[in-house]
Design a protein around this ligand. Structure first.
Ligand code: PLP
Length: 403
C-alpha cells in the first residue's frame, strides 16, 4: 500500500496539534460547567468567552454576535428556523435560497416548505453563480429570508455575497450565508459581506468536529433554537461543550495567522494539480469557475466513467478523495450541484473532488498526476459509454459533450 495522501479536506480536516493541546485541560483538570458560580465554573466561562473573542476576531464581528452551535448543520437550520419565527404569521413566509446549497440548508428549506412556507430555489449558471437579476425579482416579491452560500463545497464557486447582501438589505430582507467551506481558506469579514447571519464549522479548518458558530448581526432578532437553560443569551440552551469551544477558538486564531500562507500554498498546489491532469487526460473539465473559486479545490469531470470507480482505484493507490455524487438510501444520485449547473446526469456521474490542505505537498500532487491517467485509461477501456462516444455516437454523456 502506498503512502496515504489525503485530498479530502472539504469533507473534514485533522485537528491541529496546537488545537488539541489547548482543548486537553478542559476534559479533566478544568472540567467545570461554565454556568456554575464556583471557581472551576468561572474557569470554563472564561475559556468560552476567550474563544468567543477569537471567533469574533476572524469574522471582524463583535463577541456578543457569536453563538456556539454543534456545527454547520445546526447553524444553517437555526438561521432558517429563526427566519420562520420572524415572519409575521405562522406558516406564511417566503424563503429564497439556491439550488446548490449544502443539504443542511436544502433539507431545512424542504421542511419549511412542508410546513406551508414558500421556498424559491435560485438557478445558477454553468459556473455555479447565482443570477443577481433573478434574486432582485424574487426579493421584490415579498421575500422574508434569503440564504446564499459563500463558497460551494463541491465545485468551489465563490458567490458575490456583498452584492447579494446589498440587494437583500435594501429591500429589508434578512440575508444568511453558509461560510462553512470559506472559513480558513479565504477572508470572511461579516462587515464586508454585509450579512445578518453566517454559519461556520470548526472541523473544516483544523478544529474539532461537532462545534460551530452562528453569527447574528447586532440588532438582528435571533429566535431561540434549543429551548432549555439560559446559555448563549437564552437563545441556544445546553451545557457548553467547553473543550470543543476552546478548540474552535484556537483553530480560528491559527487560521487567521496562517490564512495568507495557506491560501498561497493551496492556490499553487491546486494549479499544479489541474495543469498536470489536463495535460495528461483528454476530455476532462474543471467544474466551477476558473477564478473566484476556493483555493485548493480541484473539482474534475472526467467523461465516460464514474466518480465512484475512480475513488475506489485511487484509494488503492493511497489517495483519499471524494466524488460529487451523494449516496442517498443506497442509490447513487448525480450531484444536485452539477445538475443545477446544467450538466447531464451521465456526465455529472464522472465527477471527482480533490480538496487539498495545508499539509499536502508538491510530491503528493506529482504522484497523483502520475497515477491518475492510467486509472482513467483503465476505466475508460471498460466503459461502453466512453467507447460509444469515441466511435462517434456522441450520445448522452459522451466524450464530445452534448450536455
Ligand atoms: N455547509 C457546508 C457548505 C458544508 O460543506 C458542510 C459540511 O460538509 C455543512 C454545511 C455542515 O457542517 P457540519 O458538518 O459542521 O454539520
Amino acid at each position: 500500500m502506498s503512502e496515504i495522501a489525503y485530498f479530502d479536506h472539504s469533507a473534514t480536516t485533522p485537528v491541529d496539534p496546537a488545537v488539541r493541546e489547548a482543548m486537553e485541560p478542559y476534559y479533566s483538570e478544568d472540567f467545570g460547567n461554565p454556568s456554575s458560580p464556583h471557581s472551576l465554573g468561572r474557569k470554563g466561562r472564561e475559556a468560552v468567552e476567550t474563544a468567543r473573542e477569537q471567533v469574533a476576531a476572524i469574522l471582524s464581528a463583535r463577541p456578543e454576535e457569536i453563538y456556539f452551535t454543534s456545527g454547520g448543520t445546526e447553524s444553517d437550520n437555526w438561521a432558517v428556523k429563526s427566519g420562520v419565527c420572524n415572519c409575521a404569521k405562522c406558516g406564511q413566509g417566503r424563503f429564497v435560497t439556491t439550488k446548490i446549497e449544502h443539504h443542511a440548508m436544502l433539507h431545512a428549506c424542504e421542511f419549511m416548505a412542508m410546513m406551508g412556507f414558500d421556498v424559491i430555489y435560485l438557478d445558477v449558471d454553468r459556473q455555479g453563480l447565482v443570477d443577481l437579476d433573478q434574486l432582485k425579482r424574487e426579493v421584490s416579491e415579498g421575500t422574508n429570508f434569503v440564504s446564499v452560500m459563500l463558497a460551494n463545497n463541491e465545485v468551489g464557486t465563490i458567490q458575490p455575497l456583498a452584492a447579494i447582501s446589498e440587494i437583500c438589505r435594501s429591500a429589508g430582507v434578512t440575508i444568511h450565508t453558509d461560510a462553512v467551506q470559506a472559513a480558513g481558506k479565504i477572508p470572511v469579514d461579516v462587515g464586508e459581506l454585509g450579512v445578518d447571519l453566517l454559519s461556520i464549522s470548526a472541523h473544516k479548518f483544523y478544529g474539532p468536529k461537532g462545534i460551530g458558530v452562528l453569527y447574528s448581526r447586532k440588532g438582528h432578532h435571533l429566535h431561540p433554537f434549543m429551548h432549555g437553560g439560559s446559555q448563549e443569551g437564552k437563545v441556544r440552551a445546553g451545557t457548553h461543550n467547553v473543550p470543543a469551544i476552546v478548540g474552535l477558538g484556537k483553530a480560528c486564531e491559527l487560521s487567521a495567522e496562517r490564512l495568507t500562507g495557506t491560501r498561497a500554498h493551496l492556490e499553487k498546489l491546486g494549479a499544479r494539480l489541474w495543469n498536470g491532469v489536463k495535460g495528461s487526460i483528454e476530455e476532462v473539465e474543471l467544474s466551477g469557475p476558473p477564478e473566484k473559486r476556493l483555493p485548493g479545490l480541484v473539482s474534475l469531470i472526467v467523461r465516460g466513467i464514474e466518480g465512484e470507480a475512480m475513488l475506489l482505484l485511487l484509494d488503492r493507490e493511497g489517495f483519499e478523495a471524494s466524488s460529487g455524487s451523494a449516496c442517498t438510501s443506497g442509490s447513487l444520485d448525480p450531484s444536485h450541484v452539477l445538475m443545477a449547473m446544467g450538466y447531464e446526469a451521465a456526465v455529472a456521474h464522472g465527477s471527482l473532488r480533490l480538496s487539498l490542505g495545508r499539509d499536502n505537498t508538491e510530491a503528493q500532487v506529482d504522484r497523483f498526476i502520475e497515477v491518475f491517467p492510467p486509472i482513467v485509461n483503465r476505466l475508460r477501456s471498460m466503459s461502453s459509454r466512453w467507447a460509444g462516444a469515441k466511435a462517434g455516437a456522441g450520445g448522452a454523456g459522451g466524450a464530445g459533450g452534448g450536455e
